[in-house]
Design a binder for this molecule. Structure first.
Ligand code: GTR
Length: 436
């Protein structure tokens, strides 16, 4: 159903965009629906149906027949190709401080070079590893929006030298300054993670591709064309960010202080979209968290509520595969919907969460998507949400698929992290043991 463009809809979109701290104009000139009664009806494609109509009834059949096909459909229609690990990948420990955060953690900074060349394209990874628990430790991994220094005021964190989105709190002329240290510290509870026995691993998403329409020109979609044997228009920025997450995983497999079998991948919003896409392609991520990932992330595209494919492609034409634009006016023609992306996580633990004031991301669409991923989890005898209606605010639900909606705006906050940490502890079945 097409909803008439209302001034109220646009105003609300603007307010929500502002509330979420988003700098790009959203919804302009394009209809935004926030009325549940006007969502209309839609039919979701069935992940458990092969193209010839055969029903998928076993985990084996899913893995061997259906899953590869679904993954390919997402490559072709949504995110683009996902190149393999480059042969010349190498790591360099830039520095290590065993007494970071007043002795609570070891801070390591590692450069991942994508080719053997002296001037190889690279990314900078920051790790905090808890000192007071027995390792190897499980880890949370996630990209950040403004550089590694933005996650904590710790003066030892190297500033990014690359293009960064401007921010009144210390990013001037697209360069991060000292004032940007800790700019998003509220989103990264580093000390709490250390206390709970998790390492935290992060990198700046702009190391892979600066997040603007011309970012591909200086990002890996251009600099690694030859190495990865891929053209820049065969994938998008989300694909590039997701690819970088897998390169972090390549490093973690080599770091003896980390339990590479217990890596939880997390991401907020556009980085949540990238996290889901990374985990869909890379089974080494043992647990996946989508925080307010919305359109092109966890939320169902066929629901006309909040952001739509047309809006996201208009505001961010560089994020997806060019073919995704074919569905601007016709999401119902896509051979997939986002519940199938979530199903690609099975049987791994998956946690989806929403925020009440983040209607732009369509909380109900995120919940329903998680619900509709359940049939694939059931093939593995894994329990999903345990409910069929959205739970009340701040009442988390679920078993192998978890979900909550919390009060507040588009953000990742202490409440979200509490649930994510508890979910990881439950599934990794290991509480941190103090060092003897
Ligand atoms: C918005 C975009 C959303 C979400 C958000 C964010 O502008 O429309 O899809 O990704 O940005 O990343 O914060």
């Amino acid at each position: 159903m097409h909803i008439k463009n209302t001034g109220f809809g646009l105003l609300l979109a603007g307010l929500l965009a502002f509330a979420g701290g988003i700098h790009l104009a959203q919804g302009q000139g394009i209809t935004v629906n926030y009325d549940e009664a006007k969502v209309g009806t839609y039919t979701l494609p069935d992940p458990l149906r092969l193209p010839d109509g055969t029903a998928v009834t076993t985990a084996r059949q899913w893995e061997q027949q259906a899953r590869p096909d679904v993954l390919n459909l997402f490559k072709e229609h949504v995110y683009g190709q996902m190149p393999a690990k480059p042969a010349g990948l190498r790591f360099k420990i830039r520095n290590e401080n065993k007494n970071a955060l007043n002795g609570l953690a070891t801070r390591k900074q590692v450069t991942i070079y994508f080719t053997p060349a002296a001037d190889a394209p690279s990314m900078e990874v920051l790790l905090y590893i808890p000192n007071k628990v027995q390792g190897p430790v499980p880890a949370f991994v996630g990209l950040n929006f403004y550089g590694n220094q933005s996650i904590h005021p710790d003066k030892g964190i190297l500033l990014p030298t690359r293009w960064v989105n401007n921010n009144p709190k210390g990013v001037v002329n697209n360069k991060a300054t000292e004032a940007s240290r800790g700019l998003q510290a509220s989103r990264w509870p580093v000390e709490e993670l250390m206390k709970q026995g998790f390492a935290l691993v992060t990198a700046y998403y702009g190391d892979l591709e600066p997040d603007h329409v011309d970012g591909w020109k200086t990002g890996i979609r251009t600099t690694l064309n030859d190495e990865l044997k891929i053209k820049e228009d065969e994938w998008g920025a989300i694909g590039a960010w997701a690819w970088g997450l897998s390169r972090i995983m390549d490093y973690l497999e080599k770091d003896k202080s980390i339990n590479a079998g217990q890596v939880a991948l997390t991401g907020h919003s556009r980085i949540g979209k990238a996290a889901l896409w990374a985990a869909a392609n890379d089974n080494r991520f043992a647990l996946v968290i989508s925080n307010d990932s919305g359109e092109g992330g966890a939320a169902l595209a066929r629901r006309n509520y909040g952001e739509t494919i047309a809006q996201i492609n208009r505001s961010f034409p560089h994020w997806f595969n060019p073919t995704y634009k074919n569905y601007n006016q016709a999401p119902e023609k896509m051979p997939v919907d986002q519940h199938m992306l979530l199903a690609l996580m099975a049987p791994r633990p998956l946690y989806v969460n929403s925020a009440l004031e983040d209607q732009w991301a369509d909380p109900r669409g995120e919940f329903l998507s998680a619900l509709q991923a359940e049939p694939v989890y059931q093939l593995y005898q894994k329990k999903g949400l345990g409910v069929t209606e959205m739970p009340p605010v701040e009442k988390p639900v679920g078993e192998t698929i978890g979900y909550h909606i919390r009060n507040g705006k588009h953000d990742i906050n202490a409440y979200d992290w509490q649930q994510h940490i508890a979910f990881a502890q439950k599934h990794f079945k290991k509480k941190a043991k103090p060092k003897s």
